[in-house]
Ligand binder design. Structure first.
Ligand SMILES: Nc1ncnc2c1ncn2[C@@H]1O[C@H](COP(=O)(O)OP(=O)(O)OP(=O)(O)O)[C@@H](O)[C@H]1O
Ligand SMILES: [Mg+2]
Length: 369
């Protein structure tokens, strides 16, 4: 049984349709990340699940129960927002226990739940402090703690780390992952940070214009993007795209196997050996090939690659653990990720290799071929 089911959900603000017949199934205990560009409807979807927005059409089920028109407090969810919104005049302990006291829980139970959340989040030593005396990361932990004490099955997070500096984000990200592994709750987490999405998610839902483009594992969205949008959105530096046409081996005389397909431009030809076509290829069809920067090899690996090319190096960017080369081939930009030991310099002509089995092909309408 799935823990959260969204069925044909639509939501409009006035004449603007923000969510369009959206469907999503989140399994029990699963960590699903909603990822997409600003304004695509991530927060809107999360707020619908939380019950903070009335839907225009469609249904929402939590743990099998239709909660579409239930009050937020009756949905069995805990929510953490981007801004911590703690009560400034209350201590951390009071902030954590406030909702429980309002709900009339017995004192010992309130105490038990607050202690447990404080222990999980490692904030026991901060319980007597006021929010003003906490760092950003500590405040955000308290905010997570407020959701935690509610003892719910489903947690909703809306960019909980985006107000924090880079180091703290990384630390808290790991803690969130640990928290999920320990508690096993269902989590739906909104971000526009792809690293957060790739590292935290069991599955990522990539959204654009109020629709889910792909719901898949981090490995799936990265290596088998379902369309050109997903391919270009995930990955940094981004995937390389080249425009060309599909060519059948029989026609260009390069060999006589009719299953031999090539990607061709006036200046280069890439045999597509080992590429798993999702749709039947058509000779002459205009296509775009997408190649990840790390799937272009240098040095000794070039000889054993399926395709060898020569590129002109324009810019060398050392990134610490690796180095990014911005190169050019026949007027097309080609970004290459290589190890930090490489001694390539701007102006170098480089021999590089490509293994097309790891590439992606897209038809003109953007769908994966
Ligand atoms: N209360 C509102 N009234 C009218 N339009 C709204 C309202 N709230 C959001 N919108 C619009 O709905 C669309 C989706 O907004 P939403 O906040 O869900 O985006 P998002 O994906 O969370 O973006 P971000 O990454 O910037 O937070 C946007 O175009 C936004 O301008
Ligand atoms: Mg948002």
């Amino acid at each position: 049984m799935s823990s959260v089911t969204i069925s044909d959900l639509s939501l409009s603000f006035g004449p603007v349709k923000v969510l369009k017949d959206l469907n999503l199934e989140v399994n029990e205990g699963e960590f699903v990340v909603l990822l997409g560009p600003s304004g695509c409807g991530k927060s809107t979807l999360l707020n619908c699940i939380a019950g903070l927005l009335d839907v225009s059409a469609g249904q929402i089920f939590i743990d099998g129960k239709n909660v579409t028109w239930d009050e937020p407090k009756d949905r069995g969810i805990g929510m953490v927002f981007q801004s911590y919104a703690l009560y400034p005049q209350m201590s951390v302990e009071k902030n954590l226990s406030f909702g429980l006291r309002v709900a009339g829980l017995p004192k010992h139970e309130v105490h038990e739940r607050v202690s447990r959340a404080a222990e999980i989040l490692q904030i026991q030593s901060l319980l007597k402090r006021k929010p003003a005396a906490l760092s950003g990361g500590q405040r955000q932990r308290v905010a997570i703690g407020r959701a935690l004490v509610r003892d719910v099955n489903v947690f909703l997070f809306d960019e909980p780390l985006s107000n924090l500096d880079a180091k703290l984000r990384t630390d808290l990200r790991v803690e969130l992952k640990r928290l999920h592994q320990r508690l096993g709750n269902t989590m739906i987490y909104v971000t526009h940070d792809q690293i957060e999405a790739l590292t935290l998610a069991d599955r990522i839902a990539i959204m654009k214009d109020g629709l889910i483009q792909q719901l898949d594992t981090p490995h799936g969205v990265y290596n088998n993007p379902t369309n050109r949008f997903v391919a270009g959105f995930i990955g940094s530096p981004g995937m390389n795209f080249l425009n060309g046409t599909l060519e059948n081996g029989l026609e260009n005389g390069s060999n006589n196997e009719k299953d031999q397909w090539n990607f061709a431009t006036p200046d280069l030809r890439i045999p597509l050996n080992g590429y798993a076509f999702k749709q039947a290829p058509v000779a002459g069809q205009p296509v775009e090939i997408g190649i990840r920067p790390e799937n272009i090899v240098l040095g000794e690996a070039v000889a054993s690659a399926a395709v060898q090319l020569t590129v002109d190096t324009e810019i060398v960017e050392p990134m610490g653990a690796d180095t990014v080369l911005w190169t050019n081939i026949a007027g097309n930009n080609l970004t290459i990720r290589t190890d930090s030991e490489s001694d390539v310099k701007p102006g170098d002509k480089l021999s590089v290799g490509i293994n097309p089995s790891r590439a992606s092909l897209f038809a003109q309408n953007g769908d994966r071929l």
